[in-house]
Design a protein around this ligand. Sequence first.
Ligand code: B3K
Ligand code: ZN
Length: 878
Amino acid sequence: MSTTTAQPATIHLKDYKEPDFRIETVHLTVELGEETTLITSRLTLKRNNAQAEKLTLNGEHLKLLSVAMNDKPLTPDKYELSDKLLSLPVPPSQKELTLDIVTETRPQDNTALEGLYKSSGNFCTQCEAQGFRRITYFLDRPDVMAVYTTIIIGDGSRYPVMLSNGNLTEKVTLDDGRQSVTWHDPHPKPAYLFALVAGDLACVEDSFKTRSGRDVKLQIFVEKGNEDKCEHAMLSLKKAMKWDEEKYGREYDLDIFMIVAVSDFNMGAMENKGLNVFNSKYVLASPETATDADFDGIESVIAHEYFHNWTGNRITCRDWFQLTLKEGLTVFRDQQFSADMNSAAVQRIGDVQRLRAAQFPEDAGPLAHPIQPQSYVEINNFYTATVYEKGAEVIRMIHTLLGEEKFRKGMDLYFERHDGQAVTTEEFVSALEDGSGVNLTQFRRWYITPGTPEITVSESFDEKRNTYSLSFTQKNTKAGDDFKPLHIPLKLGLLDDEGKSIAFPDGPFKGETEAVFSLTEETQDITFSGLASRPQSSLFRGFSAPVKIRQEMDDGGLAFLFAKDEDLFNRWDAGQRLASNILLKQIENGTTAEDADLPSPFLSAFTNILDDKNLDRAFTASALTLPGEQDIAQKMQVVEVDAIHAARDAARRKLGLTFEEKWRQVYEDCANAPSPNNQPESSSRRLKNTALHYLIATGREDYYTLAKTQYLGSDNMTDRVAALSGLSDITHAIRDEMFADYYQKWQQDPLIVDKWFSLQAMATRPTAIADVKALMQHPAFTLKNPNRLRSLIGAFASGNPVYFHDKSGDGYRILSDVIAELNKTNPQIAARLVAPLGQWRRYDTDRQELMKGELEKILNLSELSDHVYEMANKSLHN
Ligand code: B3K
Ligand code: ZN
């Protein structure tokens, strides 16, 4: 903690220096206790800088009991100790040394959930990014990679399961009756990948035979009673292991792979070597208790953490500025995996929805940063949508530019060249370049340029010459004065009047119907000759670059693409653009769909999709869902939350009423008839529930009853939650009855109760603010559990724009009061909640003042954590 007077230091990439010493081996002995836990560490070090005269180790929130160098105890006058560092003089003549350090911690009091802490009575750790320094004094930086041996000692009846990284080498009972287990991890690793778990946990076991024939033991540890909710996680793990072998040639490298599910966890999961620790939300599932979306989330997070074994663990980051090296790449890999396991188009739509919802606003606001940030105060604030999601788009663009085969060659070279190293994004790009033979010089700018590029497109058709020209201009308001055009892959197709693909009549892609062009200039034209008539272009297919497209296209053109484009992503996107345009026009005119019919090109394309029985039902559901309120907000100069909500709501009601019969039919078909073309049942549920929501939007009570019948009669959580969410916005006895019933039935299961909080937090009914305040007083609410906190406060601030931005300012106050509380106990989570207030420039002046007022209040808190300081300060002043 720092006070508001002393501003925390900013760390710059340009100041990176190699470590003065390297740690070769670590022998840790962790004696677990109910009061204090004792950590004895023996390190062997080698000098790396001939001149260095002292060795400085990181350590925070620790009680130092003793230090010995080369087996000689050091008295306190022989070292310097501050609240963050321990410095020991080492004469330059000394090339090697050993250190023995004994520290004490109190894991049960650790509410920050970093380092060693307790969750539901079990010990666990979280060391990324800088948690290891809360366990012992260390060179806590990713370019220091050591071989670890860990001995865990404790009460074997309380903590029969004791785990760490690598392989179990010994398990004995000591003379004093305590249990002692020893783990050895042969792979050198940075401290952030260290993990330790101890508790009375149940284990679900399976195995996987690698392609070279080795048997790997797979274990998932959960709190007792949850053993029956691990099947999907285990299956996902096996699929991921196989996929990584087939797609990237990557095999697992230890004899055992363990996953532990814990209930108190700051993020989704953590890829510790051989011992992944997971938020239980991303492990536990059965159809009874988890929704289809939960199942998808588990599949992708399990895969993500597993894939880190190669992209992150065997090849790690040189420093934290390189975070996207492992995160962007691994998100790209998990997206590829999920696309291969499920519908690729639906997966891509979801990827882009997440990017636009979280990353685009970040990139347009005060917290904008390049995927490789150049400076930070608190690294934990940089686990952002930009580093992850935009980082994944950057890798995807490399993949698009190189093509599958050359991309694989580049990746093979990357693995071969850098296995066992801590590297930079530059080394990654060089390997991809060398392996593929494709020049990526200009492409590198993506790594250092903040902001979402805007591409203005204009087109012309010369009837005399039969040429069609597209002109593209790049702009990026966040890039500042030194704006330089980026290398942007443009996947493009041309359609004829009927919507059929046209083969390119000339040029480098002659004869093909789809190709990737490179936009590299600030303004650039692409011309096609030999076309009989003006084609309809389909640009940035599959979202081939993370850009905003400014293209004048009338309703007819968008409706045409919405109805016909063979690229399903672009088909969906055209529908979203069209619907946004319609709603924005209404908002501008002060009308809603209650006043006038929706335009007929939109309605006929909508009908077209509604009637098309060959489409994947999950795709149909996405295509028939209007853009979210926040998507529409992004297209407005000054966001009008109430008008957006009213316009969207009225359009939903209109679509409900206009197609009421069809929705009923769709509902019936999806509920009863099997899905066509082997689509998964989840696709049918998704479309069925889309239909249900449109029926409810009609306002007819019959459909409230239908929702209740679905809720009561259903055997799965997807349908139950969909029925509840369909009714969550209304004020009606059926709604209250169902919410009460749900809590009553599921109150014992925290993950299910989280959904109950979220649905109410996001409900847009006039009592919303009072509802949220009342829920904060509910006995099941606590600030201590990150999932519970996110389910109420996170969901309200990010998922209920109308009431979070209520004119009274009450919504903002709820958030800043919670931030103030959490600043003391869990600064990492507190800092993550600041971003919605940082969007103040997007709102009217009254709201701006209110939001800024809350940010100022936060900055004036006494004992402001560095985490919250950085986020609030940038939000207010950048
Ligand atoms: N690498 C972790 C995230 C750690 C976050 C630290 N604040 C999970 C992941 O991205 O896989
Ligand atoms: Zn990751």
